[in-house]
Design a protein around this ligand. Structure first.
Ligand code: SAH
Length: 235
């Protein structure tokens, strides 16, 4: 069955996807305290149902995270909004994302006016995201298949870095690719799928850290994350 047919079916079943999106933004984003207008506008615009499997399209505007295959998930809308707000994105900002996944977060940042560089380590997810973001005409998002804990040197330094998977420590190498006064938002936790969201600002070669509270992300797997590069004693 083709994608269009299913989406048309959803409409025939009475799902007005734009209305669902507006309801999501009102109830999950605005009423939960997000005030950044660019975040709100971007999340009203990005068609979240395009970023999940068609069978899950009707749930795309619900409160939960959803599976995107290979044991990975698209984050819940509130978390995307919270991280996007914490990042203090400005038009033209150069943003590095680690963990492209579906490409949804990258699309939101793109709608906020950022120039997005996003790295994913799982090839089929990278390919799906590349096709999806091209089809949806997000031309200011560049993707790379690689271990994102090593960053993306070619386009460094970045004004903003967002990590959408959780490792046991801050992936320190990324700090070198952050510009002066740059901001990085990253989930960090010594337990898998249990992290604190940390906001770091680079200030005169010092790093000012702020804990934004508990979050739940899938594992950041790589040289400066879990597993790869040998057992660091955390597993
Ligand atoms: N931002 C995504 C959701 C991320 S889920 C979205 O909007 O849909 C976390 C993603 O991080 C997964 O796709 C996972 O494969 C990826 N990931 C984990 N470790 C990584 C690494 N070292 N480098 C790049 N991507 C990584």
């Amino acid at each position: 069955m083709g994608t269009l047919l299913v989406r048309d079916d959803l409409r025939l079943m009475g799902f007005d996807l734009k209305k669902l999106r507006e309801k999501m933004v009102q109830e999950q984003i605005i009423e939960r305290g997000i005030t950044d207008r660019r975040v709100i506008q971007a999340m009203l615009k990005v068609k979240r149902h395009e970023f999940v499997d068609e069978a899950l399209a009707s749930r795309a505007y619900g409160v939960s995270s959803l599976p995107i295959g290979y044991g990975q998930t698209i984050s819940q809308p509130y978390i995307v909004a919270r991280m996007s707000e914490a990042l203090e994105v400005f038009p033209g900002a150069r943003v590095l994302e680690i963990g492209t996944g579906s490409g949804y977060q990258a699309a939101v940042l793109s709608e906020m006016g950022a120039e997005v560089y996003s790295v994913e380590r799982i090839k089929p997810l990278y390919i799906d995201a590349l096709n999806r973001l091209t089809r949806l005409r997000y031309f200011n998002v560049k993707l790379k298949l690689s271990d994102g804990t090593l960053g993306w040197r070619e386009f460094a330094p970045y004004d903003r870095i967002i990590v959408t998977a959780g490792g046991p420590d801050i992936p320190y190498l990324l700090l070198e690719q952050l510009s002066e006064q740059g901001i990085m938002v990253v989930p960090v936790g010594r337990e898998k799928r249990k992290q604190f969201l940390i906001k770091i600002r680079k200030n005169n070669t010092k790093y000012v850290k702020k804990n934004l509270g508990p979050v739940q992300f899938v594992e950041l797997v790589g040289e400066y994350g879990w597993e790869k590069g040998g057992n660091r004693g955390y597993n």
